[in-house]
Write a protein that binds this ligand. Structure first.
Ligand SMILES: [Zn+2]
Length: 284
């Protein structure tokens, strides 16, 4: 069975996210552990945890991922870096209690444009970045995944070379990758034919390792390919093109991954039944 789901709101309690994803026709889920523009860690009580575990079995929602807060910057060696580590450590400690596989993380930004020929390992901000990720991994349970999301703007993780550098420097099986189709499109990848997708995944395997690919964020885009803009659009209404999703949904290295939609929704209230329905029609 295909794993097709969405990021939905957990406002009012984690179980609300399970009910919502089930109602809109998804079978896998991404949610925030705590409000995404806030540094406070989630502290659910045992009642809430038990209720969530029960309901996810009843509704058969699997897999489930957290999306980490948007404020995180792991290349910062001061206050923001410390806050980033703390909230991620708390989140990855909470994850296994809820049967959540791990957190999808935007690593942050260097707040400066690196020269194109920069050798990653020689840049001090990369040293901080690696040290911070390593510390998070060390202080969290071995079953929690730390999932790096590719960036769609000039932030950390916009290139496969940079993601590959991080993965290969740390060599930790818990370090995984989430590929967002809107971000791949924004950074110039053309996956509109089976041949292009095949070449892309071969390159990904070479640079990052296909075994490290954990899931996809299936999003359309409002912008042209190569725009370095990150504005998500509803399935079938954007400039990525449905062929890209069809290709992913039929490729042997991609078809069995979870596809999580983070689209605005036809009523602009977030991922909805209509988008899940549209996406499912692309399964061939
Ligand atoms: Zn995403």
């Amino acid at each position: 069975m295909r794993k097709i789901g969405a990021h939905v709101s957990a406002a009012g309690g984690y179980t609300n996210a399970l009910t919502k994803i089930s109602e809109i026709g998804g079978n896998c889920l991404q949610l925030f552990a705590s409000p995404p523009r806030n540094w406070s860690s989630a502290t659910p009580g045992s009642g809430q945890i038990n209720e969530f575990n029960k309901l996810k079995e009843v509704l058969k929602i699997d897999p489930i991922y957290f999306h980490a807060t948007y404020l995180i910057n792991l290349s910062d060696n001061e206050r923001i870096g410390e806050f980033s580590k703390k909230i991620l450590i708390d989140e990855l400690n909470l994850a296994p209690k809820l049967g959540v596989l791990g957190s999808v993380v935007h690593l942050g930004s260097f707040k400066e444009k690196l020269p194109d020929d920069v050798v990653f390992k020689e840049h001090p901000k990369h040293t901080t970045l690696l040290k911070n990720i390593e510390e998070v991994l060390k202080k969290t349970p071995k079953e929690s995944l730390f999932i790096i999301e590719n960036a769609g703007t000039h932030k950390i993780g916009a290139s496969l070379a940079e993601i590959g550098f991080i993965i290969k420097s740390l060599r930790d099986k818990r370090l995984k990758v989430c590929l967002d189709t809107c971000h791949l499109h924004a950074t110039g990848f053309d996956l509109t034919t089976e041949k292009y997708l095949d070449e892309f995944l071969a390159t990904f395997d070479e640079i990052v390792g296909i075994e490290n690919l954990e899931l996809f964020h299936a999003n359309e885009s409002r912008d042209e390919r190569g725009s370095f803009r990150d504005r998500h659009e509803n399935i079938m209404d954007g400039k990525v093109g449905s062929a890209v999703f069809q290709n992913l949904l039929s490729h042997k290295s991609a078809r069995d991954k979870a596809f999580i939609l983070e689209v605005p929704g036809v009523d602009k209230k977030g991922p909805d039944a209509e988008n899940i329905k549209r996406f499912k029609t692309l399964v061939v």
